[in-house]
Design a protein around this ligand. Structure first.
Ligand code: ASP
Length: 341
């Protein structure tokens, strides 16, 4: 679709809650606030500068802390975003969200949104009303980002702390600092500086319009569990996941995706028949950067069910594995997906 750079854009806020919608107990109380209480209309009212540049509107899809967001909420959000973006009345979307699981929601949208129009996720590390709250400027910058033609085709991005980060690469890196969102391995795509949106890079991996999950409708996804690896780990969580049944597992492995011997033996030794009963195991890493290579994959029937996450962290690998299992059980297909997304 042609776009006119000079036209006044129509940008919609879809608000979900988080610290950006939270009230502080006092001007210097950066923590211990009342979470997710400020409605979308109020967030826009507090930023009259926006309507000098663009037409803004808003809706509240839910109002909750991000750790309470469910799989069903993710589909509701994605379906709503797709519906809005199909209309000529919407040129781009800003989503406000708690920062705790923002990277998961943003990556889910990066895989399921079916449009090249900008989708920008933002939030805050400090509640509104405290001195030096980051909420208002983050929101303002996210609108500038969603309004900019430069953001078209970039996939879903997170705009926080003056940076623009691909949803795929964004990782929450601090529990309290305003520069919480980083892209440790590949770096940021661009910046928003003094009202100016600037990109230096374009994402290479498949996303949005070019994703085979784009436009996916709400469906009950297979259960996937994340297993954390550590000194002394004895595989109890693994055995319990097998007993209770799940479609897939993601390991948050040590170093280059190390998984305890007990689990690897089960996979490597499994013959054709036993292998078919083992959930797909995606090896990710608890290490914040560097990813996981395919070096330890065994060419046995069970070993072929073990797939490297490459540079997706455990929580992002979880999202991709859930969507992958909705369309295929074939380990080689799932391996391809982890290479492409
Ligand atoms: N502490 C969170 C935030 O930064 C709360 C949440 O994720 O909802 O927004």
């Amino acid at each position: 679709m042609e776009c006119d750079n000079n036209r006044r854009k129509k940008i919609r806020l879809v608000a979900t809650g988080g610290t950006i919608a939270s009230r502080a107990a006092g001007r210097v109380a950066t923590e211990g606030y009342t979470p997710s209480v400020i409605p979308a209309e109020q967030l826009l009212k507090d930023l009259p500068e926006l309507s000098e540049r663009m037409d803004v509107s808003c809706e509240q899809i839910f109002l909750k802390p991000s750790s309470a967001i469910t799989e069903s909420d993710l589909f509701d959000l994605s379906e709503r975003v797709n519906e809005l973006l199909m209309s000529d009345e919407c040129d781009g979307i800003v989503i406000t969200h708690g920062t705790d699981t923002m990277e998961e929601t943003a990556y889910f949208l990066n895989l399921t949104v079916k449009s090249s129009k900008p989708v920008v996720v933002t939030g805050a590390m400090r509640p509104q009303e405290v001195i030096s709250s980051d909420g208002a400027l983050n929101l303002y910058n996210a609108f500038l980002c969603a309004e900019s033609d430069l953001s078209r085709g970039m996939g879903v991005v997170i705009s926080m702390n003056d940076l623009i980060i691909s949803a795929r690469d964004a990782v929450k890196f601090s529990t309290f600092k305003t520069d919480a969102y980083q892209a440790p391995l590949y770096g940021v795509l661009g910046t928003v500086r003094n009202g100016q949106v600037d990109y230096a890079y374009r994402p290479f991996k498949r996303h949005t319009e070019n994703s085979e999950f784009a436009g996916m409708k709400k469906t009950a996804l297979k259960r996937v569990e994340i297993l954390y690896m550590y000194e002394g780990c004895d595989g109890m969580a693994f055995e319990s996941a097998l007993e209770r049944g799940c479609g897939g597992l993601v390991s948050a492995g040590t170093g280059n995706g190390g998984v305890i011997g007990h689990i690897m033996k089960k996979y490597n030794d499994a013959g054709e028949k036993e292998a078919a009963d083992l959930p797909i195991l995606v090896r990710s890493a608890r290490v914040p950067t560097g990813g996981v290579s395919g070096a330890y994959r065994k060419e046995t029937p069970g070993g072929l069910r073990v797939i490297p996450s490459h540079d997706l962290n455990p929580q992002k690998a979880y999202i991709l594995l859930k969507l992958a299992l909705a369309v295929t059980d074939d380990p080689s297909e799932i391996k391809r997906m982890f290479e492409q997304y």
